[in-house]
Design a protein around this ligand. Structure first.
Ligand code: AHR
Length: 536
């Protein structure tokens, strides 16, 4: 029921940030080379046309972007991406940024330890910034706290943002031929530093000490930057200790989680792939809630320690920290292993899982300031490239609808209590502490700037594998002019889009006059389906 209260009180409700639809590209498989940068051996159809027209970018010593990917990711493109995170991921923990600047032909090839490959360094800092400018997105860098040094991190920041007559800023000017700085605002303090898979992983105490020292220097080089501490899944001892140590120092705390099927070695529960997929994001929801409480606890401790006479010289109060969910997605490590560049062919069930993820991120808007889908092209991505063009995987469609329509409005409080699922999950702990709803809804209200016209957006996910649901949406006191309905449904839970059959799973779009739509009363939401509604 959407009543006048929901329409008159929205200012007290959390704002749904457009930054929830940010992206991430890592030097891994065909993420950068083949996804962002066109593969010279298998060029995209656009590049072939462009070459005939204007000649090859490579002959001018520049890399050629895949133009079709640019059109999708750009801020003014299909996905309206606001922020792009780079260069890793695990890759960053053995990445030395100075290898990736200057003339491309002089750059060293290096052994890459995260994914055991060879890095040519053809795509580096200046190329990434050029790419962000082309996309009109905000760059978000993650620094190497594995094999990197403090000095290297400070130099990278000065290279990017320095405006004085200093060595690194001048080197940037020389390499780019421009005076203007790269102005990189977001800086992540390491990637997954808690994990034994991370080159140079640390324990929480050592990480916190190191991150605090590095953050201090980085803020001296450029006080305007936003720093992101490296968290775990939000609900761990690591998160608690890091938050306690870095409150007042960082602006965001990062969380990473992938909902997985937990095959053999990960899970004692076999089967239930559908349920593990569609209810898995419940782990993220609890993780965010716990992390938000850890942030509050750290703030309380900080406030109390400032009152303590012995700490009278500590002047830094706890600042407001938001969660930066900078890696999230559905990922099946068995179908998409590192040895195959993490290329996953997403099916219809994975699409429902991604909707559940997006519903969680929007519902938790109060606490989540930024979220980056991992990743943006080819690597566990909704978007795949080939010499034939682009493929929109099943998971592309929810991301597109959310990123275009579910932002810059106020979260609606949808008061209803649906039935919940109580069976096996992955991770298994979900079933012990939370009961995910079969009908998972999220909604937002937006008032067009300078007008009284309001629009409501609703995402309605029926996760029940066999039962349809009859939902009546009641609008009290809202004059509905138009309704646009996007429905994703397929009988086959394993249906996929392929280059041969690209439109197997695509939304069916219907438009109605408001009064016609309302006169239909309650409407069935089919078993295992997703409906996205735009009310105007
Ligand atoms: O996105 C793939 C990998 O998953 C990233 O490199 C790493 O940060 C995470 O474990």
């Amino acid at each position: 029921r959407i009543n006048p209260l929901a329409l008159t009180l929205p200012r007290s409700a959390p704002l749904v940030s457009d930054k929830l639809y940010s992206g991430f590209v890592e030097h891994l498989g065909r993420g950068i080379y083949g996804g962002i940068v066109d593969d010279p051996k298998k060029p995209s159809p656009d590049t072939i046309l462009e070459k005939q027209d204007k000649g090859d970018d490579r002959t001018k010593g520049r890399l050629a972007w895949r133009k079709d990917v640019v059109k999708i990711l750009a801020k003014d493109g299909e996905l309206e991406m606001p922020i792009l995170r780079w260069p890793g991921g695990n890759f960053v923990s053995n990445y030395h940024w100075q290898d990736g600047i200057g003339p491309i032909s002089d750059r060293p090839k290096r052994v890459e330890l995260a994914w055991l490959s060879t890095e040519t360094n053809h795509f580096g800092t200046d190329e990434f910034i050029d790419y962000c400018r082309e996309l009109k997105v905000e760059p978000y860098f993650c620094i190497n706290m594995g094999t990197g040094t403090y000095e290297e991190a400070l130099a990278w920041l000065e290279y990017c943002n320095g405006t004085g007559d200093t060595h690194w800023a001048n080197l940037r000017r020389k390499n780019t031929g421009r005076d203007e700085p790269h102005n990189v605002k977001y800086w992540g303090l390491g990637n997954e530093m808690h994990g034994p898979w991370q080159v140079g992983f640390l324990n929480a105490t050592d990480y916190t000490k190191m991150a605090k020292r590095w953050a201090h220097g980085m803020k001296l080089v450029d006080p305007s930057i936003k720093l992101v501490s490296c968290g775990n899944q939000g609900n761990s001892e690591w998160d608690r200790e890091v938050l306690n140590g870095l409150i007042g120092v960082v602006d965001f705390h990062s969380i990473h989680l992938y909902s997985m099927l937990g095959h053999e070695h990960y899970s004692t529960v076999q089967g239930f792939d559908y349920e593990k997929n569609v209810f898995g994001p419940a782990a993220a929801e609890r993780g965010i809630e716990i992390c938000a409480s850890l942030i509050d606890l750290a703030k309380i401790d900080k406030a109390q320690s400032l009152l303590d006479w012995n700490n009278r010289d500590q002047k830094v109060a706890a600042r407001d920290i938001k969660i930066c969910y900078d890696e999230w997605n559905v990922w099946d490590e068995v179908k998409a292993p590192g040895s195959q560049g993490l290329e996953q062919a997403y099916d219809y069930t994975d699409m429902l899982g991604v909707v559940a993820w997006l519903n969680v991120l929007v519902r938790k808007s109060k606490d989540v300031g930024i979220a980056c889908i991992a990743q943006s092209v080819n690597v566990i991505s909704p978007l795949m490239t080939s010499s034939e063009g682009l493929l929109f995987q099943t998971t592309y469609w929810p991301l597109r609808l959310f990123s275009r329509y579910m932002k810059n409005g106020r979260l609606l409080n949808l008061g209803f209590t649906p039935d919940s699922y109580e069976g096996p999950t992955y991770p298994e702990w979900i079933q012990h502490i939370t009961k995910p709803a079969y009908i998972d809804c999220v909604g937002m209200i937006i008032q067009e700037p300078g007008s009284n016209h309001v629009s409501i957006r609703l995402s309605v996910l029926n996760r029940h594998p066999t039962a349809d649901w009859n939902g009546a949406i009641v609008f009290d006191g809202l004059n509905l002019e138009s309704v646009e309905e996007h429905v994703l449904y397929h009988d086959d839970l394993a249906a996929k889009n392929t280059f041969e059959k690209p439109d197997e799973v695509v939304p069916k779009v219907s438009k109605y006059q408001g009064r016609d739509w309302l006169s239909q009363g309650s409407r069935p939401v089919r078993k295992h389906s997703w409906t996205f509604l735009i009310f105007g």
